[in-house]
Design a binder for this molecule. Structure first.
Ligand code: NAD
Length: 494
């Protein structure tokens, strides 16, 4: 791991790709328009990005369709696709530091998180998806003996991918890796707040041997480039990660256009439940701090609602505050800094607005609070709000910042009801040493993922996704291929 001085020196040498990547080359937006990519730590300009819109999306979809029809990728042997994607993973490994820096500079995530989580996870997801693709078989159905029923999976065609800024490279990779491995062409519209790592990835894909047009990355805003992609008549399926509000718009766009399938990974308000039989209060308190303060709380699965059983509440809160204090905001290029700035000024203001609202609604700030604007950078601070009740906005709504809402409870039934009283259903974390209770509560919680005596554990082998307002699809694992392949039934008369 480099030192702060070394990362700073490396960051000064980095070159930013800033144009759209369409049909295997960089090009400016058709309009010539650009928008600034700002470093949220220094508020300095990193580069001006191509501000793409309908004509650029049209060009990218056209290139993607042509590549799909040409078949160099879509009809290549799975082993051949595997070979190229593994080469691409090797290239990512060679450019490991560069990828780590790109997202840290672009959206403020700590460099230690980039090198410990985002970059290795992204490379692993690519390798895993590549490795699995030549090991998947079709099916033969148990039809009558005079027929043969073949059930096969095929690439869908042109996939539109729309991704958020909180894990810019990793969220894109969870979609690109299985979509490309399955033989699709992809048009990716990364978040306007963090596009740099995805543009660099596209360039490396060509170096690895991906045919032109198979992967296109089109930077731009949601209401321009994103909307054009979602409404496009020649996009077969959309894979989205982002807010629940935008997810709903995408489903409408699909209805207004060609009924393309919309796979959604959306917001969350995940409960973290600590029972008084949790055994190790220190571990649970540290887990709760990690769950809400990792990545400045800009995490879809952030454990943002904490429910502590009343018997251990005082002891638990004292420990939690100790661990929370480790998240001192600072320069994210420093490997020892656990909390960088918020992605932009608007996000910082959102966080402050929720804290002010919580105070008005009777909450008590136990730690942190509203951050007056720093001289430079959009820094917030770890904030814990107690005396919360179920009707408060800070309990019901996703803040997407380092703000934890805490409430006590007495019984298991009561806390299950509290946890499920939520429009979201992404993740949940339960802390108990009682095995039966762990199973019982895991089953009752309305969410796509449950962690017992841990939070946020994950690798490419396990599906990631939610229920209710948190979405309808799963990234990672073999199940992710369900998003990117179409079933075909072939009847053969014997
Ligand atoms: P967002 O919904 O504002 O934006 C996501 C993407 O959608 C961006 O690329 C944006 O440009 C695009 N977009 C916006 N409006 C659009 C429109 N009208 N048409 C088409 N595209 C449009 O979300 P965000 O602020 O980038 O990310 C934060 C959200 O993402 C949070 O809600 C978080 O919980 C969620 N998230 C979910 C997961 C998951 O796996 N479930 C993972 C990470 C983040």
């Amino acid at each position: 791991m480099h030192t702060l001085a070394e990362w700073t020196a490396l960051s000064e040498k980095i070159e930013f790709r800033h144009q759209a990547w369409i049909n295997g080359e960089f090009r400016p937006a058709a309009s010539g328009e650009t928008f600034p990519a700002i470093n949220p730590t220094t508020e300095e300009l990193l580069t001006d990005l191509a501000s793409c819109d309908t004509p650029d999306i049209d060009a990218a979809v056209k290139a993607a369709r042509a590549a799909f029809k040409a078949g160099d990728w879509s009809r290549a042997a799975p082993a051949e696709r595997k070979r190229i994607l593994l080469k691409l993973a090797d290239l990512m490994q060679e450019h490991f530091d560069e990828f780590a820096l790109l997202d840290t500079l672009d959206m403020g995530k700590g460099i230690a998180e980039m090198t410990g989580i985002d970059v290795p996870d992204s490379i692993d997801c690519l390798r895993w998806s590549a490795e699995c693709i030549d090991k998947i078989y079709g099916e033969i159905a148990p039809t009558k003996p005079t027929t043969l029923g073949l059930i096969t999976r095929h690439p869908i065609g042109v996939i539109g991918a729309i991704t958020p800024w909180n894990y810019p490279l990793m969220m894109a990779m969870w979609k690109l890796a299985p979509a490309l491995a399955a033989g699709n062409s992809v048009v990716l519209k990364p978040s306007e707040k963090a596009s740099l790592s995805c543009l660099r990835f596209a360039e490396l894909a060509k170096e690895a041997g991906l045919p032109d047009g198979v992967l296109n990355v089109v930077p731009g805003f949601g209401h321009t480039a994103g909307k054009a992609l979602a409404l496009h008549m020649d996009v077969d399926s959309l894979a989205f990660t982002g807010s629940t509000r935008v997810a709903g718009m995408l489903m409408q766009y699909a209805g207004q256009s060609n009924l393309k399938r919309v796979w959604i990974e959306a917001g969350g308000k995940s409960p973290l439940i600590v029972f008084d039989d949790c055994g190790d209060i220190e571990a649970a308190a540290q887990g709760a701090a990690i769950a809400i303060f990792t990545n400045q709380g800009e995490v879809c699965i952030a454990g943002s609602r904490l429910y502590v059983q009343n018997g251990i509440r005082a002891q638990f809160m004292a420990a939690l505050k100790r661990y929370a204090a480790e998240y001192k905001p600072g320069n994210p290029l420093d490997p020892d800094v656990k909390m960088g700035p918020m992605v932009d000024k608007a996000q910082l203001e959102t966080v402050n607005r929720y804290i002010a609202g919580a105070l008005e609604e009777g909450g008590k700030v136990e730690l942190g609070g509203i951050t007056e604007s720093a001289e430079k950078g959009f820094f917030s601070q770890p904030t814990i709000i107690t005396d919360t009740h179920a009707d408060m906005a800070c309990v019901r709504e996703e803040i997407f910042g380092p703000v934890l809402a805490v409430a006590g409870f007495d019984t298991e039934e009561e806390v299950i009801a509290m946890a499920n009283d939520c429009v979201y259903g992404l993740g949940a974390s339960i802390w108990t040493d009682n095995l039966s209770r762990a199973h019982r509560v895991s089953r009752e919680i309305e969410s796509g993922m449950v962690w017992v005596n841990t939070w946020g554990e994950g690798d490419t082998t396990m599906p990631f996704g939610g229920v209710k307002g948190s979405g309808n699809g799963r990234d990672k694992s073999l199940h992710s291929l369900e998003k990117y392949t179409e079933l075909k039934s072939v009847w053969i008369s014997i």
